[in-house]
Design a protein around this ligand. Sequence first.
Ligand code: 5AD
Ligand code: SF4
Length: 463
Amino acid sequence: MFDQHRLSVLTDRYAGVIGHRPTACVVTFGCQMNAHDSEKIKGVLAEAGFRLSDQEESDFVIYNTCTVRENANTRVYGRLGQLKNYKKDHPHMIIAVCGCMMQEQRAAAELKNRLPFVDLVFGTFNLDRFPVLLEQTLINRLGNIHETLVEIYEKEYAGEADRLPSKRSFTFKAGVNIMYGCNNFCSYCIVPYVRGRERSRTKEEIMQEIKMLHQDGVKEIMLLGQNVNSYGKTLENPVSFAQLLECVAAESGMERIRFMTSHPKDLSDDLIRVMAENQTVCKHLHLPVQSGSNRILKAMNRRYTRENYLALVDKLRKAIPDLSLTTDIMIGFPGEEERDVADTIDLVKQAGFDNAFTFIYSKRQGTPAATMPGQIDGETAAARFNQLLEAVHETAYKRCERFVGMTLPVMIEDQNRHQEGWMTGRTEHNLLVHFPTDSCRIGSTVPVKIVESKGFYLIGRRV
Ligand code: 5AD
Ligand code: SF4
């Protein structure tokens, strides 16, 4: 744990220098894992005495970076360039960069060289050190020392950030890390390099955190891991993900339980049973397929075939008829030919995805795919991407319509931003529903009759 008192004293001294209570803005790129890490960063900053803000014109700005695709990196450098100008007029400002991009080899050193006005750089393996690093950064600033403090660990280690305070983005829903890292080494993916080897938290630790969230009024949790289906394998007393999920459903008191992400090769019959038998486990599964071509799946090192995947979908739909299925698909992988794209589009139609996140392959240094022959040019990839998108939209639109006429429990998330007197909520299938109402508490679940499908979201009426 960190010394909150010492940190607050330093923040107060910094406030004295700048003449007001310092504001802090945490900017998150990437996935749910990063969003979860950012809640910890915010928790530390809030306890240190910073006022959290969404404005990048803040006294402390931190970018929690993603590196899964090249464009995420480009965006960070672009945004940092803009901050440089702002910092010229506000020399008291502190800029920090952390997250996956910094965990890449040489990335931190490169950033330090190119952007020496950045004050603090750290990686994913030492997030738990953030309080100490913040302390040192404040000491540097108060002592007028303007040099980049860089701390990157080469290897993941046991000291995780679980015990850091957290400033959750929502009162009624929360993410809970059940494991870290990934051992799959899909040939295109940088995650195993920047998030390290798979390590699971114990069931007891996880249950304790979930019970505390429940006491705090949280109604929905998302169990988070890069590959939740291989949860618990490395524990001293191995526990399967299905067992963990069953325990969470039985003991947590949560109204809704979600989880992300599942790898098709590890999805067990037991998990399907737990999903089917437990009402509080949402009938939504995110099951990345990546490609519908066996040739490409093999080159991607995904370790299943399109036939395996489609058989799994069949099994899931039989056991959980109302299931919403979403996926990730990548286009433009090295060596891809038109027939592979056709296979992928065919799989999209057969599987009937409710939605799909579609990506153009991005070359990541150090991954096996980066040096594979047959890299696809941008123009070809873009054309194939549009073809894929069309197929995804078509199936998603069709799937969304099945809810029209049904009355579904909807958990209220927010006031509708575009229409006064309307609220926005989510079904267990993870679909947004907009509906007019005069009284609705955020976080409560109400029955809503679905009157119209808009393809990717729904319009409803209170009943
Ligand atoms: N290029 C493009 N997309 C990628 N993803 C992972 N690595 C890459 C890459 N190099 C996608 C996969 C994964 C999702 C989180 O990001 O589809 O499931
Ligand atoms: Fe990357 Fe594959 Fe691990 Fe997912 S399962 S994080 S795509 S290596």
